[in-house]
Design a protein around this ligand. Sequence first.
Ligand code: RB5
Length: 145
Amino acid sequence: MKCVVANDHGAVELAGKMVEHLRKRNIEVKYLGVDKEESVDYPDKAKECALELIDGKYDFGIVLCGTGIGISIAANKIKGIRCALVMDSYSARMAKEHNNANMLAFGGRVEYKEDPIRILDSFIDSSFAGGRHQRRIDKISALEG
Ligand code: RB5
C-alpha cells in the first residue's frame, strides 16, 4: 500500500505519529510536510496532497490541520477527492465501506475519545462494500460536473 500525507502547522505532532505508524505497518508514505511549526495555509497543503493522490499512484491520502475541518473542506474541492473528517473508528470504517473515501482528515488540536492511530487503522483495515454504495458514489461524482 502507498499513501500521501500533508498537514499544516496545527498538526505537526499528530502527522509525525501517523507517518511513523504507517511506515511501521509497511505502508509506503510520501510525506509532504510541514514538519515544523512554521505557519502555512491549509488550502495549499490540501491542494498539494489532493493533486498528488489524484495522480493515481496512491491507495489513500491523509490531511491534517488544527481541527481537520478546513483542510478537508479544501481537499473536497478537488475533483475525485472524497475526504472524510473522521472522529472515531466507526466513522472511519464507514468512510471506507460506504463512501469509499480516498482521503481522511484529522485535527492535531482535537481531543479524540479514541486514539487517532486506532481510527486510522480502522479505515485501512476496512474494504469498500460496493453495490448500492457505488450508485451513491456515482451520484457524488455527478455533482462534480
Ligand atoms: C490554523 O491556525 C487553523 O485554522 C487550521 O489548522 C485549521 O484548524 C483550520 O480548519
